[in-house]
Ligand binder design. Sequence first.
Ligand code: SAH
Length: 357
Amino acid sequence: MTLLDEIRALIAAEGPITVERYMGLCLARYYGSRDPLGLAGDFTTAPEISQMFGELIGLWAAAVWQGMGEPSSIHLVELGPGRGTLMVDALRATARIPGFRAALQVHLVETSPTLRDRQRQVLAGTGVSPTWHDTLDDVPEGALLVVANEFFDALPIRQFEATERGWCERLVALAGPALRLALSEEPDATIDVPPRPGALIEQPHIGAGLMGTLAGRLARHGGAALVIDYGYWGPAFGDTLQALKAHAFADPLANPGEADLTAHVDFHRLARAARDAGALVHGPSSQGDFLRALGIEVRASALKARATPTQADAVEAGLRRLTDPEGMGELFQVLGLSHPHLDTLPGLRFNPLAEET
Ligand code: SAH
């Protein structure tokens, strides 16, 4: 049975489902059944573009660990590690920092069996033995260093449309053999933005909940986290739900489970959830500014100095794509979270969100 058949049966039995539930069903099928990354897949991410990305994030994590007083044991957690490339590059770049590797316990939060296999293969040569988990809740308690690159955009969101009745939730309903968008009868009273006729607003309930969990752990046990993704500082109006298939946009309702579904990340909502759970918030900074602050240009020069001309061109192209405004430099943002005692994080500025209610 295809996922479309399953969703049609579900709606026939229970009525229209929320966009959030639809996305959840599609993403579980999508990520569970393939490796979506790279040229042959549906999209490419920063760690797949250049080794410098994972290397600098590894050095960031080691610098935070040093700033914490070099605890003898710390969990290095990656949420949604994809092909494991970022982790391999981060571990290689930090291999010679005294005490860091010995202190690390590596945890990978990954639901896809296909990608877990891939991560197991690439990490086999690194000398660390990671532990896999389905959710962050399963990672044991203790101080944490967390990285989430292009993870929050893959979490389901809710969508609401402004009507004369107020904000009504977007639903997925049946249209003969196909699917269509619909609206809830009852308005939703929880949205704290006045409805403007025709406007659409997105609410990352699942992402904000996860952020609260993460921030609560940082506040209790110490450490810091980096969230890197494409997104905006809300509230903002507009529909950012996208389907990506073979590097092109597709109709999100057309082939459930066969295309990647994503939504832009509302960093303001995530930052507020983190602050409310007791963490300090840093940034967001643009990816370009963040990587330059961490020294990507110096790293690129060092790599080019011992490269063939072809390799040097690839290093330069990677640098440009990661940092230029025309590439990923400005659309992608970097948000930091930390334990209240860590009031600076490398490459990010403190965000005085505390003044907001
Ligand atoms: N961070 C990687 C991959 C990004 S793709 C990179 O930058 O290349 C999103 C990743 O998150 C995939 O590994 C996917 O399988 C995983 N993922 C998606 N939803 C998840 C969820 N709800 N729980 C855990 N992992 C999830």
